[in-house]
Design a binder for this molecule. Structure first.
Ligand SMILES: Cc1cc2nc3c(=O)[nH]c(=O)nc-3n(C[C@H](O)[C@H](O)[C@H](O)COP(=O)(O)OP(=O)(O)OC[C@H]3O[C@@H](n4cnc5c(N)ncnc54)[C@H](O)[C@@H]3O)c2cc1C
Length: 464
């Protein structure tokens, strides 16, 4: 039976980086991607940028971003990474990514309008993640890496802590195919598309989650590794989830379904009540908590309310906002109880009375008084018709629960020993770095750094 040197499971950023790094060391590398060819690339194809440390500005970074500053930012959002040594390693290696990625097909562009605040810390993919992934696939094909699409890996054969083969489900009801390899890199994403699994954690609320990325990241490989004795890391409830338009497709809507209107007005739940400080901090630092906040509301629905002063101030939404000349009419259109909604808006507007000249780029301290919850920045009254309402739902991006890895990206077992030739990269091991919170662009950093590491180590292991 044919045997590969390295088998890579998955077809996103982490998998492709692993496959290319492995191919620099060994001849026979196979990528098993569950998606059909037109959907290849997982969540990575939805991305726009990557966070990298660097010592000076260049054509694409507007200024330096040191390892220390990256670490301080990561510590601030997570409260400390689960594995500090791995986080430090990742940050150090991220300095090399623009060069390594460029050598493997990546092209860059200046930050897009509306994202300039990330221009110092993050680097933008020319053409977005879809182009990046297509470029990687082209490079990988040129390097002689083999690909199989529609290849759902349902099991790994592991004997005495050693990977022997991947078991690929048949697409026509036949027996599964067993593909042997000397080492394996599992880069099959998290379990964010598995609503049943999410329901075990979030209860029925999970049924109303919108999955922003691929429907194929169901965590089958994560569950398989955990069942085989891999040590888990991170908590099941730790996720990245944002506010998306509740009218979005259930899966794979991508970046355009995100709504950035929250800080420009107020947000009410289906009872017509405000439930959180919309002006707590600048949007890039707070957008990733709104998915969780909405998940905790009745029926997991909320409404962002703005008026004619601010409706054109945020990135245009995918779907038109609901529009009305009075707040009463808007309440009726949105289906929220009119009297409660009017009372909420009146209380908020009293608290914000007299506020004007907001400065959205800074914490301007333009706060409400006497309202609970307060809005502590940019609290303009919502009083200038027409009024607009945008329905918000929790949009899950990815999950952090994963498998623990060592400094070679080898999967650890529950006794703290590494499997001999099983490696993991990307979302499936993001819990080693991310405990809670999120830093924009770090998902791709995790995939690229640990993908390259896992592929290099797996290649060296298979070649020895
Ligand atoms: C809309 C959106 C925008 C985002 N924007 C950014 C951004 O700008 N910057 C950033 O850093 N992060 C961003 N992220 C997060 C980022 O996409 C992920 O962190 C990153 O892509 C994860 O890479 P990965 O290779 O681990 O997983 P993925 O790219 O999701 O790849 C997983 C792969 O595994 C395959 N697979 C799953 N199960 C199996 C199986 N059993 N057998 C075989 N194959 C399997 C899937 O088909 C897929 O190809 C965004 C996410 C979304 C949804």
């Amino acid at each position: 039976m044919d045997q590969y040197d390295v088998i890579v499971i998955g077809g996103g950023n982490a998998a492709l980086c692993a496959a290319m790094a492995a191919r620099h060391r060994v001849d026979k590398v196979l990528v098993l991607e569950r998606a059909p060819i037109h959907m290849r690339g997982g969540n990575s194809r939805h991305t726009r940028n990557i966070r990298c440390a660097h010592s000076s500005a260049d054509k694409f970074f507007s200024g330096p971003y040191t390892d220390e500053e990256f670490m301080a930012d990561l510590t601030a959002v997570t409260g400390g990474p689960a594995n500090v040594d791995l986080a430090r390693f990742m940050i150090r290696q991220s300095n090399q990514l623009p060069r390594w990625m460029g050598e493997h097909g990546a092209s860059w562009q200046q930050p897009l309008a509306g994202t300039l605040h990330l221009g110092r810390t993050n680097r933008w993919f020319l053409g977005g993640g879809k182009y990046l992934l297509n470029a990687y696939y082209r490079t990988a094909e040129r390097m002689g890496i083999a690909f199989r699409y529609d290849a759902f890996v349902e099991d790994l054969i592991v004997e005495n802590d050693r990977f022997e083969a991947a078991v690929v489900k048949s697409n026509n009801g036949g027996p599964p195919e067993v593909i042997r390899g000397k080492a394996v890199v599992v880069a099959a994403g998290g379990f964010e598309a598995n609503l049943k699994w999410l329901e075990e954690i979030w209860g029925e609320a999970a049924r109303n989650f919108i999955v922003r990325g691929t429907p194929l990241n169901d965590g089958a490989m994560l569950a398989n590794l955990l069942k085989k004795g891999a040590k888990s890391i991170g908590t099941a409830k730790a996720i990245h989830a944002i506010a998306v338009d509740a009218r979005s497709p259930k899966y794979d809507g991508g970046i355009v379904t995100r709504l950035d209107s929250v800080v420009f007005g107020v947000v009410v739940n289906k009872l017509g009540l405000r439930f959180y400080n919309e002006g707590e901090d600048i949007w890039p630092k707070r957008y990733a908590i709104w998915g969780g906040l909405i998940a905790a509301q009745p029926d997991q629905i909320a409404y962002s309310i703005v008026d004619s002063k601010t409706v054109n101030k945020f990135l245009p939404p995918l779907f038109k906002p609901y529009k009305a000349n009075t707040l009463e009419e808007l309440a009726a259109i949105l289906g929220v109880p009119v009297s409660a909604f009017i009372e909420t808006m009146a209380a908020y507007n009293r608290g914000a009375a007299g506020n004007s000249n907001v400065r959205m780029q800074v914490l301007d301290g333009l706060t409400t008084t006497g309202v609970t919850p307060p809005k502590t920045n940019w609290a303009l009254p919502v009083d200038q018709p027409p009024f607009y309402g945008l329905p918000l739902a929790p949009g899950i991006t990815f999950t952090y629960l994963g498998v623990a890895v060592d400094e070679c990206a080898r999967v650890m077992d529950t006794a703290g020993r590494p499997f001999k030739n099983v490696y993991a990269a990307g979302e499936i091991m993001s819990g080693n770095v991310l405990t809670k919170g999120y830093l924009g662009g770090i998902g791709m950093t995790i995939g690229a750094v640990f993908g390259e590491l896992a592929g290099r180590e797996a290649g060296t292991n298979a070649g020895s």
